[in-house]
Design a protein around this ligand. Structure first.
Ligand SMILES: [Zn+2]
Length: 313
């Protein structure tokens, strides 16, 4: 009788002990599934989607590069939770310190995970226009993305970079130099590329969209000109802001160039024909509709931005 009581007691405490030891494991964020696109260079290939509660804002490609002494993270996802999952993915691969968090531009799906890396002591790096661009949009980004992502947006905030790039900047991770380049207004006015010279992996941010229709939030003519410059470079592979984890270069630029060119020529024709902004939003680049995902979510906005830019040409 006493024996069976003790057995029951030990089982009871055994269950408690199990619950206690497994609790921290349950509380850890699940690491984002990353692909090693080149030795020591990792990318999370995000789903092509708008931010919502199921993806928790993890809708932009993000990645990290591991050097001999330290790690650099490139973009952080669209919420604190998304950033924490990226941090967990880094920690699953290396215990080296995260020295830099680099943002490729100001869009919320690329920067709202920054706060997850504050605890690591990393330095935040971006285009010289990035602090101003983020401050101007802070309230709107936090409000609209909280609505999209829902409960798991809790704790998300804007973290602005303190190391700013004007021209180029080299960051050394120990026998592994990243070359950062700030570009003139293109996809946005804060576009920054990151070349991992050791592996020839070029993180292009949203200067390159693959499959996901491009989203224009800068200057159409500037974006096309920047793409031409980028295409002259030979690299091992590129990482787009949206689309596959890695792609061949410059082949991967062909569809986006065709889309942006079509958008520009259609909008110019509509302006010359005396058509309104509204008509341009409805008609421009329609021939591209079947070539892209999320076309209806972004194309009218792109046409509107292009119309404003090109009507005074
Ligand atoms: Zn973007």
């Amino acid at each position: 009788m006493i024996q069976s009581y003790l057995l029951l007691l030990s089982r009871f405490f055994g269950v408690i002990a199990l619950a206690i030891t497994s609790w921290p494991a349950l509380a850890q964020p699940e690491p984002l599934p990353v692909e090693e696109v080149a030795p020591g260079a990792f990318v999370f290939e995000a789903p092509i989607a708008l931010a919502d509660s199921s993806n928790r804002g993890a809708i932009a490609n993000v990645g990290f590069v591991i050097g001999r002494d330290a790690v650099a993270v490139i973009d952080t996802g669209g919420s604190l939770a998304a950033g924490q999952r990226l941090l967990a993915a880094v920690r699953a691969r290396t215990k080296l310190p995260i020295r830099y968090v680099i943002n490729t531009h100001f869009h919320p799906d690329h920067v709202l995970g920054n706060a997850a890396f504050e605890v690591t002591g990393a330095v935040f790096v971006g285009h010289h226009n990035l602090p101003q661009a983020l401050s101007a949009r802070e309230e709107q980004y936090l409000r609209s993305n909280r609505e999209l992502v829902g409960e798991s947006f809790e704790g998300t905030k804007i973290v602005v970079p303190t190391v700013l790039v004007d021209g180029t900047l080299d960051l050394d991770l120990g026998d592994r130099v990243l070359r950062l380049e700030a570009w003139p207004t293109s996809h946005t006015n804060t576009d920054l590329t990151v070349l991992d010279r050791a592996s020839g992996t070029w993180f292009l941010g949203d200067l390159l969209f693959v499959s996901h229709v491009p989203a224009l939030d800068g200057k159409l003519t500037g974006w096309i000109a920047t793409l031409h410059t980028l295409e002259e470079r030979q690299v091992g592979r590129v990482v787009p802001g949206h689309g596959p984890a890695a792609a061949a270069w410059p082949d991967a630029a062909v569809p986006i160039e065709r889309y942006l060119g079509r958008l520009g020529s259609d909008v110019r024709t509509l302006i010359r024909g005396g058509h309104s902004l509204r008509e341009a939003a409805e008609q421009a680049a329609r021939s591209e509709a079947n070539s892209w995902l999320l076309f209806d979510e972004f194309n009218a906005r792109n046409a509107t931005a292009a119309y404003h830019e090109l009507e005074w040409e």
